[in-house]
Design a protein. Structure first.
Length: 246
């Protein structure tokens, strides 16, 4: 490798929308009914997408369970067109958490991506805005990919959430990897890609419904592109390095 070009030693991933698809609009509609909320699956689907985009632009100033409850309070409020209080949202989240066998699907491009990265001797990790590290590990185990990951970091356990750069710094410190030696991959342009870049990492936005032509942040449409992105970063004529962190 040319002198001065960093090796990409670690590739880190978001969880939901990146590695796994845990959307279950029919199930969520049934759970909402169980707490007295009538919302059709398509209404929840539209609200889910809108709130996800809204929070990506203006992140919640919360982490862990409080963030999960607030997110669902906003989704349910939008789905039914009237205010849902925090207590009701908390009961919905509790009911949802009891459904341990709710559908969780591994995206079809995940395993090939991870196999290639592991063959290339990249270290792998997950950074997720979620309830706890234990819950993330359970999901990864259910879909059969937990053993790929050396580190699993959750906002609920850490008490700090993306886009705060601290959650990226903690993960890198535990891997003993410098920011310029890491690539982060996530499905949200600001919370994932821009936030990781601000923390000094290289990053790409996984936009499965996009064109792959976006440059700010750099956009890919499949995880199968990730090993190629890593190799490009290790060439002197590759993408520009992330900004230095002062």
């Amino acid at each position: 490798m040319p002198r001065g070009v960093p090796s990409i030693r670690a590739v880190l991933f978001d969880l939901g929308g990146t590695l796994i698809d845990e959307r279950d609009f029919v199930g969520w509609s049934e759970w909402a009914r169980g707490v007295g909320i009538e919302a059709a699956p398509d209404e929840i689907a539209h609200a889910f997408a809108e709130v996800e985009e809204e929070i990506d632009v203006v992140p919640l100033d919360l982490a862990g369970q409080a963030a999960v409850v607030e997110r669902w309070r906003r989704i349910l409020t939008l789905a039914v067109g009237k205010a849902v209080n925090t207590e009701t949202a908390s009961r919905f989240v509790a009911r949802r958490s009891l459904g341990q066998e709710h559908p969780v699907f591994l995206y079809s491009d995940v395993r090939r991506c991870l196999d290639q990265l592991r063959a290339d001797r990249r270290r792998l990790g997950v950074i997720s805005n979620s309830t706890s590290e234990a819950s993330v590990r359970r999901i990864l185990d259910r879909v059969g990919i937990l053993e790929y990951f050396e580190r699993v970091v959750s906002s609920g356990t850490e008490g700090v959430a993306k886009p705060d750069p601290e959650i990226f710094r903690r993960t890198l410190a535990r891997l003993d990897v410098r920011p310029e030696e890491a690539l982060y991959v996530g499905n949200l342009p600001r919370t994932d890609a821009v936030a990781a870049r601000a923390a000094g990492l290289h990053s790409v936005w996984l936009h499965r419904d996009g064109t792959g032509l976006g440059e700010d942040p750099p956009e890919i449409t499949s995880l199968l592109e990730v090993p190629l992105v890593v190799r490009q970063l290790e060439r002197p004529d590759s993408l520009p390095p992330p900004p230095s962190v002062k």
